[in-house]
Design a protein. Sequence first.
Length: 170
Amino acid sequence: MAGAAPGAGLRRAARHVREVTAAPFWRRVLADLIDLSALLAVMALAFKLGIWGWPTLPERLYDPLDYAVEILIHHAARFTPIVLLLSALHLGARLLSYLTWGRTLGQRLLGLRLITRAGEPLAPAHAALHPLMGLLGVALLGVGYTWAAVDLERQSLAERLTRVCLIVDP
């Protein structure tokens, strides 16, 4: 660009850069609870309509916490299909949401958006990898999820691994 003032290209590029704010931890938690509530509602409806039956549970002989632990330990085979189905539904719903709207229902209601580190909308690869890495973070006893509470940039482990950012959408 002959005759242009020094730095004119930088000034033009700087106009397109926008200030973004990383999503606060508790706002993330609330968005994920909204998403999980929607999935649990679908599961409850499936049980209620008899689409997916539930075998009878043993008689309760203990206080509620001991009873829950007994069921989880001695009847784990009953819960495995439910956990696998819930995980598959969760991954599928997130992938579809990211590919369609760029965010989940909870993120949409709370004004959050997932973008790449470059500030671009999610590519299909990011949309597929982010929920998988999120599931990995939950499988690590929630360490990947709570990482955002202590991280200086407020990013979860899944966001770090997939190079995306959950931001407050202006």
